[in-house]
Design a protein around this ligand. Structure first.
Ligand code: TXA
Ligand code: MG
Length: 313
């Protein structure tokens, strides 16, 4: 008897249930997904990415209701979830006593990062799977995050059971990570939501305790990250021979790439990682990047670029 082929989302859910790794589209960047409740499956994520085990993963669920089964939501956490979910916000909240996510995914912490992504295909996967999906960005640790299915395949080849193609990621920057413990909201990572948008709902955001160097509040915020092979030079207006220029706004007609010819920061965010990868593929002596205003999403873009340019570790 002939079997009806499964829909892509159902195939992804079946692979997750088997404990396999799956490349998954989200509106921020592509994720490298595994069943968050299976420690063996989650271990494959750390191995494939070369990710340090002290760096916890975000668990993705279909709804706030599913998130509340895993984490403890204060009134402020619930207010932020209502305002921004589904969407590019990850909330770090205390774990529920009977939280089904394995300790490895949370790096042994008593908090958990949760996100309800908006991408319709990812939503379909989460609903079909019915369990939390642990998913960091689908790149080798330290490299630029992937914003297309091809980036994910280039990164991991046949180590993945499946890469689900949901088109280019619309936002292009990872989620903003905000810890909400009681009525205090701390911005752990800038991302696909502006500080202004977050603060309009949460009030002024705290910054992580700089004195906590030994155990950074967001273990993922180690400096060098998002980095291409080539050195990156920031705030430059011209490329030297052998260098590749990434412009921003008008006046970069000769540049190989332009994040947004009209100077639109949302468009620049969406193009950032793909252009870093494409520029790197040309094997330049350096990638030089035009000045970008640090307002709105420009603040998160500046954060990613500073890490991409950092050579100190
Ligand atoms: O947009 C995104 O957030 C993407 C897509 C796939 O959802 N995911 C992503 O995951 O960027 P990842 O693993 O690359 O970044 C997760 C960040 C890390 O900086 C990690 O340290 C932090 O969230 N994080 C996770 N759990 C945490 C916790 N319990 N406490 C503090 N920080 C946490
Ligand atoms: Mg990442």
């Amino acid at each position: 008897m002939e079997q009806t082929p499964l829909e892509p989302a159902a195939r992804a859910a079946a692979a997750l249930a088997r404990g396999d790794l799956v490349g998954l589209p989200t509106e921020t960047v592509y994720g490298l997904g595994a069943d968050a409740t299976q420690a063996d499956a989650v271990a494959k994520i750390f191995a494939a990415k070369g990710r340090p085990h002290f760096n916890p993963l975000i668990s993705h669920v279909a709804s706030l209701e599913a998130a509340e089964a895993l984490g403890v939501f204060s009134p402020l956490a619930r207010k932020m979830a209502h305002a921004f979910w589904p969407g590019p916000l990850s909330l770090v909240v205390p774990r529920q006593a009977d939280c089904a996510v394995c300790d490895l995914a949370c790096a042994g912490l008593d908090t958990i990062a949760l996100r309800v992504p908006a991408h319709p295909l990812m939503q379909e996967v989460l609903r079909a799977f019915g369990k939390p999906v642990a998913a960091p960005s689908a790149n080798i640790s330290g490299r630029p995050s992937p914003t297309t299915a091809d980036h994910v395949r280039a990164e991991f080849g046949d180590r993945l059971a499946l890469v689900l193609d949901g088109g280019p990621s619309a936002v292009g920057l990872e989620s903003a990570v905000v810890a909400v413990l009681g009525d205090r909201a701390t911005l752990l990572r800038l991302g696909g939501l502006t500080r202004e948008a977050l603060e309009a709902v949460a009030g002024p955001l705290l910054t992580p305790d700089a004195s906590a160097k030994a155990a950074p509040a967001s273990p993922g915020m180690i400096l060098r990250h998002y980095a291409p092979q080539a050195p990156v030079r920031l705030n430059a207006t011209h490329a030297q021979p052998g260098e590749v220029m990434i412009g921003f706004g008008p006046g970069y007609e000769g540049a190989a790439f332009n994040l947004s010819p009209s100077g639109d920061l949302a468009e620049a965010a969406a193009h950032l990682f793909a252009m870093l990868r494409a520029a790197d593929a040309l094997n330049p002596t350096a990638i030089v990047i035009a000045p970008i205003p640090k307002t709105g999403l420009g603040e998160a873009i500046a954060d990613r670029l500073a890490r991409a340019a950092d050579r100190s570790c």
